[in-house]
Write a protein that binds this ligand. Structure first.
Ligand SMILES: [Zn+2]
Length: 434
């Protein structure tokens, strides 16, 4: 057994986060497969474990915060290079920066080297679960599968129309690749049409059928900005079988893209009727606040996601960084942006506790792995982060989870990448990850 002593934060729901100013995470089992034995106060641990607590198996992090690893439920690992490029609008940014950057991943040596570097950085910022978009290329997806550490589903984007030549596949190629990768990676594979604009309905239909049959996740983008929605609808209303389609959501509905294993990023401009469809099909929305943020904050200026309307409709949702639409990899920055943008708009209820839940356990629930990970509970994986508190004062001086989290999330001036350096140590199933 090992004892990790520190200020413990254990997210449980939108409104509840366990807070222990002097707590212990008790971990047992071999590194790489270690589980949580208990989470309790230092006093209780001493009573319960007595002499089993020794200097050699106790790690003193009393000046730091211990919290579970993050779930980043939507990001593009192949867009790391373009996350800080100038962003005027979604469709232009894709054409000018993103597509050329993704085209480079056709080279297996390049893809391998980039994957090694990127996934090390991902572990360093504390992300150990989520859903990932790769480029269209087989070699880039395989590199990501090999290097990623955590509960991830990953898919190669499919692009069969309205895409630059070097990134355009035929429908036959797209389906053949889907079959091959599904077989090779099983449930770690996610069927990933980039968005309705770039993937022909026939490919979405057939791929969604194959993914459903295999019990795999499906993911795409939905309703990010108005220009994209207009273009999507005008495009599909010209296609056979879609002349009468009423909404963007209906396009995904009629191609079989919705369901309890479906993750759709953004969902900013949804009507009530669309939310009803998403709720009925148990489709999840992934909200990416740093990507949707105003252009002055290095986002794409798409608008503010209405989490209240979404929750009222009974639609499940979690947070994502949307790298490279979002500029910073750390989920701390994503949580900060969610809290700050809602506060600025006068929306109540966007607490730090809610942000932490939506960046951890909510993602694990949506991916169906919350029995195994997502927060601290006896029997769950020993996957956790040790975080130093920026600025003055010890974390144990905070009186509750909300105020401690607010201190962690306080904007570090203009240097938002400072969030990437907050994690001192990250452990994945009891083994030091980086
Ligand atoms: Zn995205």
């Amino acid at each position: 057994m090992k004892f990790y002593r520190g200020v413990i934060l254990n997210p449980k729901s939108d409104t509840v986060c366990e807070f222990m100013p002097d707590g212990v995470l008790v971990v047992s089992g071999p590194a790489g497969r270690a589980k949580i034995e208990a989470v309790l106060t230092w006093d209780r641990a001493q009573e319960k474990y007595g002499k089993a607590i020794r200097a050699s198996n106790t790690f003193d992090f009393r000046d730091s915060v211990i919290l579970p690893g993050f779930f980043d439920m939507h990001f593009h690992w192949v867009q790391d290079e373009v996350r800080t490029m100038p962003k005027d609008s979604l469709l232009q940014w894709l054409e000018k920066y993103t597509f050329p950057a993704e085209a480079r991943f056709s080279d297996p040596a390049f893809a391998k080297a980039r994957a090694r570097e990127f996934f090390k950085r991902l572990a360093r910022v504390g992300t150990f679960g989520g859903a990932i978009f790769s480029s269209i290329h087989d070699c880039a997806l395989s590199a990501a599968m090999k290097e990623s550490k955590g509960n991830f589903v990953i898919g190669n984007v499919l692009m069969t129309m309205n895409s630059p030549n070097e990134l355009t596949q035929t429908e036959e190629e797209a389906i053949a690749l889907t079959r091959k990768l599904l077989k090779k990676f099983g449930k770690r594979f996610a069927f990933t049409p980039r968005f309705a604009i770039s993937t022909s309905p026939g490919v979405m239909k057939e791929g969604a059928r194959l993914a459903d049959r295999a019990g795999c996740f499906k993911q795409s983008h939905l309703s990010e900005n108005l220009q994209e929605i207009d273009f999507t609808l005008s495009l599909y209303r010209g296609l056979r079988g879609f002349q009468k389609v009423k909404s963007y959501t209906e396009i995904y509905q009629s191609t079989g893209m919705l369901g309890s294993r479906s993750l759709l990023a953004h969902g900013i401009h949804l009507s009530r009727a669309e939310l009803r469809i998403l709720s009925r099909t148990r489709t999840a929305i992934i909200h990416c606040p740093t990507s949707n943020a105003p252009i002055s904050e290095q986002g794409l200026g798409s608008g503010l996601f209405d989490f209240k309307k979404t929750e009222r409709a009974g639609v499940r949702w979690a947070l994502g960084s949307d790298i490279g639409g979002g500029p910073v990899l750390s989920m701390f920055d994503v949580m900060r942006s969610f809290v700050e943008q809602n506060a600025r708009a006068g929306v109540k209820g966007a607490s730090c506790i809610k942000a932490l839940y939506r960046a951890t356990l909510a993602g694990a629930e949506i991916l169906g792995v919350s029995k195994q990970t997502g927060n601290f509970k006896k029997g769950k994986d020993a996957t956790f982060l040790v975080v130093s508190l920026p600025g003055q004062g010890k974390p144990s001086q905070s009186t509750d989870a909300q105020s401690l989290l607010a201190r962690i999330l306080r904007t570090p001036g203009l240097d938002r990448e400072a969030f990437d350096r907050l994690v001192q140590l990250s452990l994945y199933r009891g083994r030091i990850a980086v």
